[in-house]
Design a protein around this ligand. Structure first.
Ligand code: AP5
Ligand code: NA
Length: 347
């Protein structure tokens, strides 16, 4: 069997637990809501009818989503041993929360949800047009997460007990104090704190809290669009390529200077870049043929999940990144951020 030797609770993640409502829609559906075909946004008032419309007029599928939960589910699938990963986020008191709870349990994620009694569980519309997908997240209860939840003795013990921490950039829109508190714990105990740029809008509109936590970030993940959005908002040279942006990301101020920051930037089917100091290493991606692609939804999250599954076993960055590519490739061959069968990653 593929069971690992990672201990329970070694990894703690915080994020938005969302139920994805996914459907293939015509281009005019997106246009009607002023949305672009490859974007990720937060729902505004005018987007609210989307969710009902998807369910009533299109063949909508419900899938467990939320970026960090996706990554932890994938990590658990590869680890093959339950409860290595602990998850915190806020859900409502409803049927959607039950679905998320069950999906997390099935995957082996030890989810400890805060529960909002007056707000429904968050959802994310996944609007598929051909090979593109546009995301519209209605955070709802996910937005109600408070630091009190992490201060509950049982949850605080889980945070203290972990050796690795992972939080998405998406969570910056919800509760920066919780992020800062986990980051400070990681720093005090000299444990790695990992973060994701998550979406261009995070750099565009949440740069202030992002820069506040950056000094604590040991590993920063992102894709091309996210890295460029960060660079643009920072006013870095417009002609800076991904390598240059990566070098600048790792050079940003860091609290624990004894452990220099690492940046890991994905670029679809092009090589993954690993940036350390001023060196850039490339990791080839085995390109999938068009007919093998079901949808790329969740590819970035799966990459992180594969990476984490090895990182918590103290494997080399080389193995972690290859497992990231392995996991992403698998998820692209399945709907949404889901997997099928047993993992067969070989170091
Ligand atoms: P989504 O953004 O779709 O997921 P993602 O994981 O970021 O996937 P992308 O397709 O965007 O991948 P990427 O561009 O990051 O990576 P890249 O293409 O470089 O989001 C999904 C989830 O986000 C949903 O479940 C939703 O709930 C959640 N979400 C949305 N808003 C949220 C919010 N506000 N808060 C919380 N959650 C939110 O590819 C990565 C890797 O994939 C590559 O390195 C490679 O290994 C592999 N790969 C890519 N293309 C190929 C190919 N052609 N062949 C082989 N391998 C490939
Ligand atoms: Na997929």
């Amino acid at each position: 069997s593929h069971r690992s030797n990672a201990r329970e609770g070694i990894l703690v993640g915080c994020g938005n637990p969302l139920l994805d409502i996914s459907a293939t829609v015509p281009m005019h559906f997106l246009q009607g809501y002023g949305m672009k075909e490859d974007d990720a946004i937060l729902a505004e008032e005018r987007h609210m009818p989307i969710y009902r419309e998807l369910v009533e007029n299109y063949k909508a599928e419900y899938l467990a989503g939320g970026s960090v939960q996706n990554s932890l589910r994938i990590a658990q699938w590869i680890l093959g041993q339950p409860k290595v990963a602990v998850f915190f986020g806020c859900v409502g008191k409803d049927n959607y929360a039950d679905i998320l709870r069950e999906k997390a349990r099935e995957a082996g994620v030890d989810a400890h949800y805060q529960v909002s009694t007056d707000t429904p569980t968050g959802t994310c519309a996944v609007l598929i047009t051909g090979t593109h997908r546009s995301l519209c997240a209605n955070l709802a209860a996910a937005n109600k997460f408070t630091i009190d939840h992490l201060k509950q003795p049982a949850n605080k013990a889980l945070v203290d007990n972990a050796l690795y921490y992972y939080i998405s950039g998406f969570f910056l829109t919800v509760n920066p104090p919780s992020i800062m508190s986990v980051a400070a714990t990681a720093n005090a105990k000299q444990r790695p704190f990992l973060m994701n740029l998550s979406a261009p809008f995070i750099s565009q509109f949440f740069m202030e809290p992002l820069l506040k936590v950056m000094p604590y970030v040991d590993i920063i993940f992102g894709n091309e669009a996210e890295a460029h959005a960060f660079a643009t908002t920072q006013g870095w040279p417009a002609d800076a390529d991904l390598r240059e942006i990566g070098k600048r990301l790792v050079a940003l101020p860091k609290i624990n200077s004894a452990r220099p920051r690492i940046a890991i930037l994905t670029q679809g089917c092009d090589p993954v870049l690993l940036i350390q100091h001023d060196t850039v290493q490339e990791f080839e991606v085995t390109r999938l043929a068009v007919h093998e692609i079901v949808d790329t939804n969740g590819a970035g999250d799966a990459f992180v999940g594969g990476f984490l599954s090895q990182y918590v076993q103290d494997k080399s960055l080389d193995v972690c990144i290859r497992c990231g590519n392995y996991a992403a490739r698998h998820i692209i061959m399945n709907p949404g951020c889901t997997y099928s069968g047993e993992p067969d990653f070989v170091e």
